[in-house]
Design a protein around this ligand. Sequence first.
Ligand code: CU
Ligand code: ZN
Length: 203
Amino acid sequence: MLRKIRPILFAAAFGLVAAGCHENEHAAATAATAHPHGDAVLAAADMGADVKDAVAMLHGTKGNEKVHAIVHFTETGNGVKVMAHITGLEPNSEHAFHIHEFGDCTDMDKAMSTGGHFNPEKHQHGKPGDPNAHPGDMGNVKADATCMAMADVTLPAASLTGKNAILGRGVILHEKPDDYSQPTGNAGGRIACGVIGVAQVKR
Ligand code: CU
Ligand code: ZN
């Protein structure tokens, strides 16, 4: 179903969801997927060499099925610019937003399969924009009265490929706001999970 819908229709669908704060008719299609082996893995790694645009689609975990997000990542040469559009939150609620180590949302009960914060250089947890924080610490997003939230942050210590590459990692939206305490901001459960993949870019 998703494959047939063009991006502009996605935007329209999200708009409708946001307006009424209703659950959309999201089909939780969890098709069995084959694991790539050997050459397929190498080909994927080669393809990653010049990726400048990536995207993650986040789906709500158990009990949070209303939550959806589309997150775009763009390589700037000075970090990765992140733009997110999130729907289905509680009105005026605030939520921590992080990149976690594993692009693995197979645990859609609690999203613990994404591991901890992506932390390749053994930094402390911190605020977005701080080069000494974890590369994927994106701070907080705040929902408006229509249950929608936006994020627009740049991650100076992250890149899509190469050193501190976030391509293939997980994106987590948390139950609670990030208070920037150690080790991970005291943000509670994981309400939505997605994987950062190579984006199709139409130029
Ligand atoms: Cu997190
Ligand atoms: Zn962190």
